[in-house]
Design a protein around this ligand. Structure first.
Ligand code: KG4
Ligand code: ZN
Length: 345
């Protein structure tokens, strides 16, 4: 079976083809991606209307590119999957509309996939794939969650952010330091030149006794620090970047360890854009050796939004025999959609 996946929830148009045969792990045949980062950079963040329009421009050429790279025809597609939510409503509608129209034209089923399910299953496309059950640390621009994952569609929320997401903390701190959008990778690069202990930034909720996160206070602390310094030199900026990254990573690592302890599980999957952060990976690797758990990550290219994770999630749902689309190809999108409610229907 060949599954076409369409991702359009935010500022990346992703298209990919995944092959699934029987109960084996699905594998990637081809993928193509267009990032809108350059277009949104001038505005310092994503402009939803521009995002939707660009998805419209990109989705057909990207689909052609993927089919050509895989050497297959449209008629060879068995299922068309798309991101149903969460995300920007207009952007989601482009992917959903295209996917359902294509599925209808081909007489194949369509399946709306949860974006975060795509992220947390994405390590199944890596050479070092996890096995169920595991704890998932989902760290993207909009979400920070710890989930217990027993199987596809069996997700239990263990804890989540009560305000900003980890990616947002990276992005907002980066903005305060005069770094461009998206701030996470830029702040991580600058942090390489700084001292992570230069500033003692807050680690909110570290001793809260639960698995929730809070990052809004960190951004305020960074702002206070920048204002206090007044004239911020290059070294100050690098030191603030390193200290900010250290604070975010420290909280993510310690809460992940607490989640492993609480669930008694020994596998951790880290997914979402912030999962690309090298310092986070180093710290988790160090802890995994000391505490005997395994950490699994998606391939670096699949950490941020992409079509492969959407095709993969659909393929894994298909393997478990779930219901597909309505026969009339009617669709809706869910800009807000808690993952724990995305069980197998
Ligand atoms: O998963 P993702 O691509 O999109 C969402 O679904 O939100 O995550 C994007 C987030 C942004 O906040 C970005 O700054 C952050 O991931 N990010 C990073 C790194 N690469 C991306 N944060 C820290 N270090 C990185 N290397
Ligand atoms: Zn994402």
């Amino acid at each position: 079976m060949k599954v076409l996946g369409i991702e359009s929830s935010c500022d990346e148009t992703g298209v990919a083809l995944v092959q699934v045969d029987g109960p084996g792990t699905p594998h990637l045949l081809a993928q193509a991606l267009h990032s809108q980062i350059e277009m949104h950079r001038a505005y310092g963040g994503v402009v939803p209307e521009l995002a939707s329009r660009d998805h419209i421009r990109r989705v057909v050429p990207l689909t052609r590119e993927v089919l050509a790279a895989a050497g297959i025809a449209l008629a060879d597609i068995d299922l068309v999957a798309y991101t149903r939510g969460p995300g920007l409503a207009g952007a989601l509608l482009v992917g959903a509309g295209f996917a359902c129209a294509l599925a209808a034209a081909l007489g194949r089923p369509a399946l709306g996939v949860h974006h975060l399910e795509g992220h947390l299953l994405s390590p199944f496309l890596s050479a070092d794939a996890p096995t169920f059950p595991f704890v998932a640390l989902l760290v993207s621009g909009g979400h920070t969650q710890l989930m217990r994952v027993d199987d596809v569609g069996r997700y239990t929320l263990l804890g989540e952010t009560i305000d900003d997401a980890a990616g947002e903390a990276f992005d907002k701190s980066a903005k305060l330091l005069g770094l461009g959008y998206p701030g996470g990778p830029a702040l991580a690069r600058l942090a390489d030149f700084g001292d992570p202990e230069a500033y003692d930034l807050p680690r909110p909720l570290l001793r809260s006794g639960n698995l929730d996160f809070s990052f809004a206070g960190l951004k305020t602390a960074v702002r206070t620090q920048v204002l206090k310094l007044g004239n911020v030199c290059e070294l100050d900026r690098a030191n603030i970047a390193a200290s900010t990254q250290a604070a975010i990573v420290d909280v993510l690592v310690r809460k992940s360890l607490a989640a492993l302890r609480e669930t008694g599980l020994d596998r951790l999957v880290v997914a979402g854009g912030v999962g690309a952060n090298a310092h986070l990976r180093e710290e988790l690797e160090r802890e995994s050796k000391r505490r005997e758990f395994r950490a699994h990550y998606p391939e670096l290219a699949l950490c941020t939004d992409n079509g492969a994770m959407i095709a993969l999630a659909a393929a894994m749902r298909l393997q478990r025999g779930l219901a597909l689309s309505q026969p009339d190809y009617g669709f809706d999108v869910r800009p807000r959609w808690p993952l724990a409610t995305a069980e197998i229907s």
